[in-house]
Design a protein around this ligand. Structure first.
Ligand SMILES: Nc1ncnc2c1ncn2[C@@H]1O[C@H](COP(=O)(O)OP(=O)(O)OP(=O)(O)O)[C@@H](O)[C@H]1O
Ligand SMILES: [Mg+2]
Length: 299
C-alpha cells in the first residue's frame, strides 16, 4: 500500500515524464542518517543516482563509505530517512517475494570476490540463476558462460576460485553480480589490492559494461586514478563532518570546489585510506569480514 507522499511522487513523476522533464533517478536517498547502536556516523544525507550513471562514493578512512553502501543494498536499516531503489524501500519491505523482486534489480560485487570456494567458477555464477530465476541447469550454465565471456574468463569456467589470481576472482565476482542482468551493480573497492595493470583493466571493464548494457554502477573507491577515469559523478564523505560534503564531477571538484579540503582530497593531498581504520577496514562490510573465496560474506 502506497503512502500519500509516494502517490504524490508517482503522480508528479508521471506528469514530468509526459512533459519530458522527469528526473532520471534510479536510486533516491533522502535525509538519510546511519547509526551503530546509539552512535550516529552519517548525518542527513540526500542524493540521487541517475539511470546508467557511474557514481563513485569517495571519502577518507572511516567517513562512512562502506556504511552507506551497506544501507543502500538493504543490509542495514537507516536510523533516519529513506533509500528508494527504483521506487522501492528495502528497509520497510519484509523478506518475501516482493523483497526478492527488489533484490533482483541489483547485483553486488564484494571487495574480495567472496566466491564460494567449494564450487567452480561456472557454478559460482550460475547459482543465482538456478535459485532466483529458477532456470534449469543447462540454461543457467549457458547464461553464466556468457557473463564469464564478458569479463574475459570463459576459459576458466571449470577452475576453482583458489586457482585464480585476485583480479580474476574479482572479475568472477562481477560476472556473478551481472548474472541476473541487474539494472544496478554495487561494488566495494573494486580495485583495492590489485596491481596497477589489473586495476586499469577493472576500470575498463566497468566502463565497457556501462556503455554496452547501460548498467548503473555505484562504486566505493578511494583510488583517485580510478575515480578520474570512470566516475561520471562522485560523492565525497568526510570523517570530520560525518556527512556528504561534496557532489559533482571529479575534475570540477578538484579545480573549482569552494572547500579547500575537497580540492585537496581530489588533488591527492589527503590520505584517503589509512592502513588501519578505527572500525572495519575496506575489506569489511558492516563489520563482517569478506574472506576471499570462502563462500560466505557473514560469519
Ligand atoms: N560494525 C560497526 N560497529 C560500530 N561502528 C562501526 C561499525 N562499522 C563501522 N563503524 C564506524 O562507522 C564509521 C564509518 O565506517 P565505515 O567502515 O563505513 O567507513 P569507510 O569510509 O568505509 O572507511 P574505510 O575507507 O576505512 O573502509 C567509522 O567511525 C567506524 O568506526
Ligand atoms: Mg570501507
Amino acid at each position: 500500500m502506497l503512502r500519500p507522499d509516494e502517490v504524490d511522487q508517482t503522480d508528479s513523476d508521471a506528469h514530468l515524464k509526459v512533459a519530458g522533464l522527469a528526473d532520471d533517478a534510479i536510486i533516491k536517498v533522502s535525509d538519510f542518517s546511519a547509526a551503530y547502536g546509539d552512535t550516529i556516523v552519517l548525518h542527513d544525507i540526500t542524493f540521487q543516482v541517475n539511470r546508467s550513471e557511474i557514481l563513485v562514493i569517495a571519502g577518507d578512512s572511516g567517513s562512512g563509505k562502506t556504511t552507506l553502501l551497506h544501507h543502500m543494498i538493504g543490509l542495514a536499516i537507516p536510523a533516519k530517512g529513506r533509500i528508494l531503489i527504483d521506487g522501492d524501500d528495502l528497509s520497510t519491505t519484509p523478506p518475501g517475494t516482493v523483497r526478492d523482486k527488489i533484490m533482483r534489480k541489483f547485483g553486488v560485487s564484494f571487495q574480495s570476490g567472496a566466491l564460494f570456494g567449494s564450487m567452480n567458477v561456472l557454478e559460482n555464477v550460475s547459482l543465482q540463476l538456478k535459485q532466483f530465476a529458477h532456470l534449469n541447469g543447462t540454461m543457467a550454465d549457458m547464461i553464466a558462460l556468457t557473463k564469464l565471456q564478458m569479463v574475459g574468463l570463459a576459459d576458466s569456467a571449470q577452475r576453482m576460485p583458489a586457482e585464480l589470481s585476485g583480479g580474476m576472482q574479482k572479475r568472477v565476482g562481477i560476472a556473478r553480480a551481472m548474472a541476473l542482468d541487474p539494472m544496478i551493480i554495487f561494488m566495494d573497492e573494486p580495485s583495492a589490492g590489485l596491481d596497477p595493470i589489473t586495476s586499469a583493466e577493472m576500470d575498463q571493464l566497468i566502463l565497457t559494461l556501462n556503455k554496452l548494457l547501460k548498467t548503473t554502477f555505484v562504486i566505493v573507491s578511494h583510488e583517485l586514478t580510478s575515480i578520474f577515469k570512470i566516475a561520471h559523478r562522485v560523492l565525497l564523505l568526510s570523517t570530520e563532518k560525518q556527512t556528504l560534503i561534496a557532489e559533482g564531477e571529479p575534475n570540477e571538484l578538484r579545480s573549482h570546489s569552494n572547500d579547500a579540503w575537497v580540492r585537496a582530497f581530489f588533488s591527492g593531498d589527503i590520505p584517503s585510506s589509512k592502513a588501519v581504520s578505527p572500525k572495519g577496514t575496506s575489506s569489511t562490510i558492516g563489520g563482517h569480514d569478506l574472506m576471499p573465496a570462502n563462500g560466505n560474506t557473514h560469519h
